[in-house]
Design a protein around this ligand. Sequence first.
Ligand code: NAD
Length: 524
Amino acid sequence: MINHTQINNQQFAAYIDGQWHKAKHTITSLNPADLTDIVGVFGEADKGLVSDAAAAARRAFRTWARTPAPVRAGIVQNFGRLVENNKEALARVVTREIGKPLKEALGSVQEVIDTVNFFVSEGRRLYGQTIPSEMPNKELFTYRRPIGVFGCITACNFPVAVPAWYFIPALVAGNTCVWKPSEDALLTSYWFTELWARAGLPHGVFNTVLGSGPGTGAAFVELIEEGAFDKIGFTGSTAIGRKIGEVCGRALQTPCLELGGKNPMVVCPDADLELAVDGALFSGFGTAGQRCTSLGNLIIHSQIHDAFVEKLVNKAKNMRIGDPFNSDVTYGPLISQRFLHNHLEHLSTLIESKHELPLGKGGHIGHGAEWPHFSGNAKNGVYARPNIVLNVSMADRIYSTETFGPLFNVLKYHEFDEAMAMANNHGYGLSSAIYTNDPRTVYQFKTEITAGMSSINNTTTGAEAHLPFGGNGKSGNGGRQSGIWVLDQFTKWHAINWDLSGKLQLAQMDTHYVEPDLNFKIQS
Ligand code: NAD
């Protein structure tokens, strides 16, 4: 059973071939709600360990790929049962390590279980096709084949759900894996790895390397260039994703890149304004704005702009911020000190004199910036005040910069075409939302929006295990996770033609099509 209070100081750096390995250089995970609470001390995997992990996955591949898919899926089902048995404990580790409110952490563990439930039965499908041939006595088939060694680097904010989106379908499809999780979620990643080990995966099928981006992550990328992996998945910032995409291109691979967002929400004059206020507040401030799908630009019709902003600001002023184990907080601390630093940097570099900040200038709660409804440890926690930025236009840097913190912009539109331009022109294309009750407006929105995901009368956030998840433009390279669509990431199509005629038959050349009588004319 997972013990969420355990301080892991074993300096474990890598899980390879069924064994944990230690490293000299250490990396410490701290509780962002109280930086004096050491969550764990782990090792930093160097290039040698990452290379050993890739080699172990390579050795395990042949046997795993030949294991019948329903048997592979049975082990995934075991993993799901273990996650269910440890749901509360795993969620508590997530909350302690990255500050995500417990209710949300429980939701992300549930996402893992949902993903297992969807893909277990996929082990009994993984359908190929039988296809008619243009020649007699010949059969055509397609099969989904596993790709090989899957290398995956994941982000800090969904440390169990996003890895589950990758590894569950990858393993069911017969691939072996090497995972480099975020350095902000080391204990969570340790337990996630242990759950796979206890599920009964053969040694070498799932391997983990722990460490920082510039250290372990950079070594991982060198190994992509050297051909250690057959498929790469990366979830994280657009800047790092771009670099990984370049390297994958040189290695002749198509990676699955799931990157940042600047997600728009349009509020039309006919919308249910109370509903839209609640939607905007959760989209902007849920998870302290640290979701890839968090609200970036709130686009409000001029007719309702002032009244809407007043409602929004009044409600925001009553938000509770603080201890993520308290059930009434909208958000807890930022994920780590790095994110507080970035947030303060955005406040000092992106806010222009024309912008208005109706919730105040923001800042580090307890360090010169207080919040009236605060329940956390202000002295030791990484807590930030929320920000709403008014008078933003498309020319401003803040309009097209992902801020990944408790901050969103407000823009005013007059014509719907202008709202669509505001919703698309920042260049990201992950999620989007519209509040309206007019079906024609919904139709225009869903036809013209460039995002991969859209909500109608709901938040910019949220995903379900059987709906495609992913973005376009600066948000990714068009790959999709979840549901049946992700199988195209983890399998390659194999086309077979089987000639039973006993003679050489050539497609196109030996095909006997029947000619029509083209002289035939209808007599009128
Ligand atoms: P990040 O890009 O800083 O780090 C992501 C991962 O890359 C981490 O494991 C990190 O250690 C590693 N990394 C960092 N530098 C590296 C390097 N030079 N070489 C190799 N690996 C390196 O992102 P983050 O701060 O962990 O997460 C926040 C970002 O992730 C935001 O932009 C957010 O929008 C995005 N995100 C996207 C999705 C999605 O599905 N589209 C989901 C979650 C988060």
